[in-house]
Design a binder for this molecule. Structure first.
Ligand code: HAM
Length: 422
């Protein structure tokens, strides 16, 4: 029997990891610059956390969670996202008592959703996300959005579209909810069973339905923006003002709804507009979630954040033909001829590595020519060949592969030479 990776998952092979590492290092660097400190929460949590946090009527909770019972009979779930866990940690560790609010967190790690596999949609994917908990200043909304845009711009993406919307406050959503129920109720029989269930529980979800999105009533559904309270509208205006000041271009889309229940006020997504990008164009999604901290058992603290998968970021780079400038240089390959030369090579390589010079040699007894080919394939910057005469003279020709230039360097000077020239 041939084993394969589980459907919806992938191996990231050694040829691909440098790209991942490059993206990860950009994410870490920007988190540092924007002051979002990393939090690491468990891969699994109590199932209830997500039912409560993400919302009972969402697709994620209803259809996509990897839920299992542990040997102690507890229901646990592999995290489908990072916000609920971050908020749980914020409450559990009483970070609301921290004098420096908002608490700005970032995270990066695998998330799990039992989704239909397609380009850009996996069952295990790596999300990078941030959460700013403890402030309802519109300026932080703009900061969070600008960090997301900054990430994509730093990796070199150009074909981006930022879409924003306001989902308003509780009063806004209650009024809109009633309007939606009245709009859909007379024809709800024409909708899928999920939508029928959603009508009373969470009619906003109907707008997000993957099956019924072509139904004509979707186009004429009452827009939430028409129900924004004055305070909500003003909040949204201020967010936009900050975005303008930061020079961030956006499109307001009153139909933007997000697939998770905790959102209110600012909601946003960043899409790739690159031609050749698959059907799923959303690279990043986020928004404000005032009320979630309280729902999870904490005080009334507001929050906002976003998450993006590294998989989709890499797909967007591919769609725009952008090669990341990855550093994976082999500084020197040492070719050894004979047992004694091999001993010397091992000694030299060790001295190189302690100085941070990346070095490699042959371990499968290949002939000179094959070793040279290896050095070529590995794109070594320098090659040295150690044989009897080199051992006698205690020096070696250092060949720069790209130029073919050679220079004779004593063994004792090799480290310094390489440090200077690599
Ligand atoms: P989300 O929209 O469910 O939001 O996911 C955010 C991002 O995660 C998506 O835009 C996409 O890049 C990536 N993503 C989601 N599902 C998959 C998948 N199956 N395969 C590959 N990538 C995927 C959240 O998760 C919220 N927690 C975001 C947030 C943080 N809101 C506030 N704070």
């Amino acid at each position: 029997m041939a084993y394969k990776v589980p459907r919806g998952t992938q191996d990231i092979l050694p040829e691909q990891t440098p790209k991942w590492q490059k993206v990860e290092s950009i994410l870490r660097q920007l988190s540092h610059v924007y002051r979002y400190k990393e939090i690491r929460t468990p891969i699994f949590e109590q199932t209830e956390l997500f039912q409560r946090g993400v919302g009972d009527t969402t697709d994620i909770v209803q259809k996509e969670m990897y839920t299992f019972e542990d040997r102690g009979g507890r229901s646990l779930t592999l995290r489908p996202e990072g916000t609920a866990s971050s908020v749980r940690a914020y409450v559990e560790h009483k970070m609301f008592g921290n004098p420096d609010q908002p608490v700005k967190l970032s995270y990066m790690g695998p998330m799990f959703r039992y989704e239909r596999q397609q380009a850009g949609r996996y069952r295990q994917f790596v999300q990078f996300g941030v959460e700013a908990i403890g402030s309802s200043d519109p300026a932080i909304d703009a900061e969070v959005i600008s960090l997301a845009m900054d990430i994509y711009q730093t990796v070199g993406l150009k074909d981006l579209k930022l879409v924003i919307n306001s989902l308003g406050d509780k009063e806004t959503r209650d009024a809109h909810r009633t309007a939606l129920i009245n709009h859909f109720r007379p024809s709800i029989g024409e909708f899928c069973s999920d939508c029928q269930n959603r009508l009373e529980k969470n009619p906003l979800r109907i707008l997000d339905c993957k099956k019924d999105h072509e139904h004509p009533l979707m186009q004429t559904a009452p827009a939430l923006t028409d129900y924004l309270t004055e305070a909500s509208a003003q909040y949204f205006d201020t967010v936009k003002k900050y975005l303008d000041v930061l020079g961030i271009t956006y499109v307001v889309d009153p139909n933007l709804v997000r697939g998770l229940d905790y959102y209110n006020h600012t909601a946003f997504e960043i899409m790739s507009t690159a031609s050749g990008f698959g059907a799923i164009t959303t690279l990043c999604g986020g928004g404000r979630y005032n009320g979630l901290v309280e729902d999870i058992g904490g005080p009334d603290m507001p929050g906002i954040g976003f998450a993006m998968s590294i998989e989709r970021l890499l797909l967007a780079l591919e769609a725009e033909n952008i090669e990341l400038d990855v550093e994976d240089q082999l500084d020197i390959y040492v070719v050894a001829m004979g047992e004694e030369a091999k001993l010397k090579s091992a000694e030299l390589i060790s001295s190189f590595r302690t100085k941070g010079i990346s070095a490699d040699m042959d371990y499968v007894d290949r002939k000179l020519k094959a070793q040279m080919k290896s050095a070529d394939r590995l794109q070594a910057k320098f090659v040295i060949v150690i044989g009897e005469s080199e051992l006698e003279e205690m020096s070696v020709n250092v060949k720069e592969m790209e130029t073919g230039n050679q220079e004779k360097v004593p063994f004792s000077e090799l480290v310094n030479y390489l440090l200077e020239h690599k």
